[in-house]
Design a protein around this ligand. Structure first.
Ligand SMILES: [Zn+2]
Ligand SMILES: [Zn+2]
Length: 203
C-alpha cells in the first residue's frame, strides 16, 4: 500500500532517489520527524506574528494606517496568521471526517496539538506529501514575515505624557518611543492604552 519513495517534495535526498518511507508511513523518517518539529513550532510562530502585525513590512511599501494615525499595520503578518489557522483547520477537518473524532478548537495551538496526536496516521495518508509540503510552506511564510526587519522609524505625533515636549516614533520590535524621555515607551501590548491617550489628546 505504501508509496515506493518518500512523498515529500522537499525530501533532502532527492538526487539519490528519495529514500523509502518509514514503515506504515509515506514519508521517510527524516521528513516525518521534520514535519513533527515544524508542527510543534507553528503555534509559537503564529504567536510571534502578533508582534509583526504592528511592524512595518520590510519593503516599507505595504504598510497601511490603522484606525489611529501613524501606527502601521502589517497586512502580510495578518494574512499569514490567517493562513496558518486555515491550513491546519483544513487538515484537522480531514482527520475528523476520516477518523470520526471530535474536532479541536479553531486556534493554532489546539489545531497543532490535535494534528500532532494524529501525526502517524497523517504520515500514512495518501495525501502525506501535500501535508508535509503545506506545513513546510507555512513555516517559511511565517519566518519571512518575522525575520528581523530593517529598522524604520514611523512618526506617531506628540508624546502623550503630560508636559512632555517629545515626539513619539514607532520603531524596532514594534515599540513606540518618545524622543525626549526614554521611560515613555509603549510595547505592542500597551498600544490600546496608548491609543486611548492619543485619542484624548487629539479630541
Ligand atoms: Zn523524505
Ligand atoms: Zn515623552
Amino acid at each position: 500500500m505504501s508509496a515506493l519513495n518518500c512523498l515529500s517534495s522537499r525530501c533532502r535526498d532527492v538526487q539519490e532517489g528519495r529514500p523509502r518511507p518509514a514503515p506504515g508511513s509515506r514519508l521517510c523518517g527524516r521528513c516525518g520527524d521534520k514535519l513533527g518539529r515544524d508542527l510543534a513550532e507553528l503555534p509559537r510562530l503564529h504567536r510571534d506574528l502578533l508582534y509583526a502585525l504592528s511592524a512595518p513590512e520590510r519593503s516599507g511599501e505595504k504598510v497601511r494606517a490603522t484606525g489611529y494615525p501613524g501606527i502601521p499595520f502589517n497586512d502580510r503578518a495578518a494574512r499569514v496568521r490567517g493562513q496558518v489557522v486555515g491550513v491546519l483547520a483544513s487538515w484537522a477537518e480531514l482527520v475528523v471526517q476520516e477518523r470520526g473524532v471530535r474536532p479541536p478548537a479553531r486556534d493554532a495551538q489546539a489545531l497543532a496539538a490535535f494534528l500532532l496526536r494524529h501525526h502517524d496516521w497523517l504520515g500514512g495518508h495518501e495525501a502525506a506529501g501535500d501535508w508535509a509540503d503545506e506545513v513546510a510552506e507555512l513555516i517559511s511564510a511565517c519566518r519571512r514575515v518575522i525575520t528581523p526587519q530593517v529598522i524604520r522609524m514611523v512618526p506617531i505625533g506628540a508624546c502623550v505624557a503630560p508636559g512632555c515636549p517629545g515626539e513619539l516614533n514607532a520603531g524596532a520590535q514594534s515599540t513606540i518611543r518618545c524622543t525626549a524621555d526614554p521611560t515613555h515607551v509603549w510595547g505592542p501590548r500597551s498600544w490600546s492604552e496608548l491609543r486611548r491617550r492619543l485619542e484624548r489628546v487629539s479630541a
